[in-house]
Design a binder for this molecule. Structure first.
Ligand SMILES: Cc1cc2nc3c(=O)[nH]c(=O)nc-3n(C[C@H](O)[C@H](O)[C@H](O)COP(=O)(O)OP(=O)(O)OC[C@H]3O[C@@H](n4cnc5c(N)ncnc54)[C@H](O)[C@@H]3O)c2cc1C
Length: 508
């Protein structure tokens, strides 16, 4: 959730009752700080509440917590020594990238240590021959493509937050972006990693090759939301920039027609690199923020992009235009220059943050439905919007069926936040009921904890707990995220979910 209320919604966050006595906690804190002083310069250890305040939340600002302390390692060895100290003293810890998580993934753990990776921001190796790059986790996503642009290369996963979010955060959430339909999400572009395990051991997994022997441990790490350890060196796959890119912006007089056009495009045998939808509210927001020049009368926009060798893309683009015409598009805009194409994408990429221009607060959800259920899902979202009396803007990766409904509300109006939470929860459940998922790319974090057992049955959950326990039997690494606690004495470090407090959902 993103909130523009300057902190008014913070009452949502619940403080945890410490399980250990205050005296014990103080002793533990002192022991940890003493260990940290053997690893870090004093300037790199923050303990004052004013110093820790900037790290209290991530992009889900409704939740906030204060960490016990924050440290800023520069090397794998410093992280390993830090994690070992936490392990020996039973202190939970959390890696933090840029803090752009939309699900509370980088929310501090009460009584826990924040390991901030902003100083681990070096590109360690560029292997142009093999199209590989090795980076530290604090490297910002867009830096990778910028670094190799002169060689005609790029890094494909492109979250809309790519100018700030880090490769470490991308790994934890298996992040995606508008251009992931054809080439895949982060998991398809990470080949190897150095990882500090939750007891401080350093291991190397995967490698530089696309085919690594043995179990796919890299695959296990990607998307595990920091529960299995901290990635400290990451081997990425680079790709040659396509010879040709063709983009079209199609306007529709109804959102449903745009949804149907997605099926028509895929059904025609084309595999676009991007297939994105924005509805009227999202268009209004993007226009207000970046003046993308979108058609003023459109009720929905579809952005479709093809890429590849010029000889292939040219005939495919003709098929695409014909398909969009037949799908009922009222207007097709084909950018003539790179600047015009960039403007179309600027509006789409700015859409989330731009919604702040048309609503004081909003919740962003991240459910997925099978592509052929898109129309039904959009109709249901519209119905729920009317039932709850709250506007919902839709801007999403239509090709993947990855919806991003933005529930608009005003936190100054008593009860609106709770209503918005309920509406967002109903959308997630609808996604599961339609055969989809509660998250496509933003992760479970803290926000979607209560929906895990709506999505997964007992045996799925047991498998995940078993994996977690084999990596981290003490449950220290990013405690309280992704997996609802199994320990009844420690239900959740973040207290009950807001809906749970109202009796709308039950803790599982
Ligand atoms: C405006 C906006 C647009 C967005 N658009 C997209 C989008 O298009 N697609 C998308 O997928 N997401 C999107 N996001 C969400 C967010 O940017 C991504 O989840 C991103 O990957 C988080 O990166 P970060 O560096 O900010 O990580 P943080 O928020 O700091 O951390 C996220 C998680 O990663 C873990 N972590 C961080 N580093 C490591 C590490 N080295 N090893 C292990 N775990 C680690 C943390 O513990 C935490 O659980 C958007 C967010 C915003 C605010």
């Amino acid at each position: 959730m993103v909130s523009n209320d300057g902190g008014a919604s913070r009452s949502m966050a619940q403080s945890v009752q410490p399980l250990v006595k205050p005296a014990e906690q103080l002793a533990k804190r002192d022991a940890l700080l003493a260990r940290l002083r053997t690893i870090y310069d004093s300037k790199e250890i923050l303990t004052e509440s004013a110093q820790l305040a900037p790290f209290e939340s991530d992009a889900l600002t409704a939740f906030h917590e204060t960490a016990l302390a924050a440290v800023f390692p520069r090397t794998t060895e410093e992280i390993a020594a830090t994690v070992r100290a936490c392990y020996e003293l039973d202190v939970p810890f959390l890696a933090r990238g840029s803090g752009t998580s939309l699900s509370g993934g980088s929310l501090p753990i009460p009584g826990g240590l924040l390991i901030v990776l902003s100083k681990m921001n070096k590109i360690l190796e560029i292997d142009l021959e093999n199209l590989r790059m090795v980076v530290q986790p604090g490297v910002v996503n867009i830096w990778v493509s910028r670094e190799v642009a002169a060689h005609g290369l790029y890094y494909s996963p492109d979250p809309s937050s790519q100018i700030v979010c880090t490769i470490g955060g991308n790994i934890a959430f298996n992040s995606g972006g508008a251009h992931c339909l054809k080439y895949g999400m982060t998991s398809n572009h990470i080949l190897g990693m150095k990882v500090v395990l939750p007891d401080g051991e350093i291991v190397d997994i995967g490698g530089k090759s696309l085919e690594s022997p043995g179990m796919d441990l890299c695959g296990l790490m990607v998307g595990s939301e920091g529960l299995l350890g901290i990635a400290t060196e990451i081997t990425l796959r680079l790709m040659p920039k396509p010879e040709s890119v063709k983009t079209v912006l199609a306007s529709y007089d109804q959102l449903e027609k745009a949804g149907q056009a997605v099926g028509d495009v895929i059904g025609s045998g084309l595999l676009p690199v991007a297939l994105e939808i924005m509805d009227r509210l999202a268009i209004d927001a993007a226009e207000a923020a970046v003046h993308a020049g979108y058609p003023p009368d459109a009720q929905a926009l579809l952005i479709v992009e093809l890429d590849g060798p010029a000889a292939e893309v040219a005939p495919q683009f003709e098929t695409l235009i014909e398909t969009l015409r037949r799908s009922g598009a009222s207007k097709l805009v084909i950018p003539a220059t790179e600047a015009e194409r960039a403007r179309i994408w600027k509006g789409r990429k700015a859409a989330f943050s731009a919604v702040g221009r048309i609503s004081p607060d909003y919740l962003v959800q991240d459910g997925v439905v099978p592509r052929n259920k898109l129309g039904r899902a959009l109709r249901e979202i519209e119905r729920l919007s009317q039932v709850y009396g709250l506007r919902v803007a839709n801007v999403f990766h239509a090709g993947d069926g990855n919806l991003h409904p933005l529930v608009l509300f005003d936190n100054r109006v008593p009860g609106q936040l709770q209503k918005a939470e309920q509406l967002a929860g109903e959308i997630l459940k609808m996604c599961v009921d339609l055969g989809g998922s509660i998250t496509g790319e933003h992760g479970i974090g803290v926000e979607k904890l209560p929906y895990m057992t709506y999505q997964f049955d007992e045996s799925d959950m047991s498998m995940m707990y078993a994996i977690r326990n084999s990596f981290d039997p003490k449950g220290l690494s990013n405690r309280g995220k992704m997996l609802p606690s199994q320990n009844p004495e420690r239900p959740s470090p973040h207290g009950p979910h807001p809906l749970e407090r109202e009796g709308v959902i039950q803790r599982f």
